[in-house]
Design a protein around this ligand. Sequence first.
Ligand code: ZN
Length: 336
Amino acid sequence: MKYLFDEQVEPGQLIEIVDGVLWLTMPLPFELDHINLYLIRAENGWVVVDTGLGTSKTKALWQTIFAQLDSPICGVIVTHLHPDHIGLAGWIADNYNVPFYMSQTEYFTARAFGAGRNGATNERDIEYYKRAGLDSTLIEQLTSGGNKGYSSVVSPVPISYTRLKHDMQLTFGGDTWKVIIGRGHSPEHVCLFNKEKNVLISGDHILPIITPNIGAYSTEPEASTLEDYLTTLPQFKLLPENTTVLPAHKLPFVGLHQRVDELICHHQEHLSALGEACHKPQTLVSLLPVMFKRELSSRNMVFAVAECMSHLNYLVVKGRLKRSLNSQGIYEYVAH
Ligand SMILES: [Zn+2]
């Protein structure tokens, strides 16, 4: 794999990757401290691909970006519903009154998450963590916060959108961008491929160095997201190996096929290790060290439990593990 740059573009600055495609970053207040965003030139302005978190800091940085552009924003595309991607989509799309593009599942899930629990009980969240084997103090900590998290960092999502579908062609400024849907990291993640320029905007579906989080969260505990991911990765090996890949995190790179193989291999290794550890009955919590070598903060615990659950669901569906509920209401997994 080859990186096209040595370091991240500074927040507030623009770098031209190829003619008509610009790269910028926005800061994130997490361990992963940045997100890459892209601008595509169209006839009448620039189309934004992903937007950063909905914070005043990101808004101020966007203002400095807008001031550097030779023409206005004429569209907003969001690859998927996660807050660092959709955060300011509504703010930008509604301010400029321009089309807002998303896939259908991502759009409506974003609308639902923005609305929160809407008065429903959080008992199902509690049950999800209980079945994973977490202790009651941690469960209380992870489930008592209400559901304000999403809308506190996502500006109101526009109330109408243009639906993106797999294989759809979008034309901007004489260039054609093909929509390729990836699943697993999020339900209907949009990637964009420009054949003429040989450029893939991969969002969070394909990342260098780090692996996209593949989780089964409390919203859908039985989700087979790892299967979704492993079945929607190989299609990217049909694109040229020398494609320039523009990911949402870390640096733009060349080496798409190698990265797809590495991501598949990474999950296969985790599946084998989990399968092996289950020669005796195990709970999800007891299996976390098999997948994660470092100490987990409570924020990371949410992702770690979901990632482990997704792998265990995969092994159960494939018949490699048997799952049962023990007398304390905790799932136990054992090899078949
Ligand atoms: Zn994401």
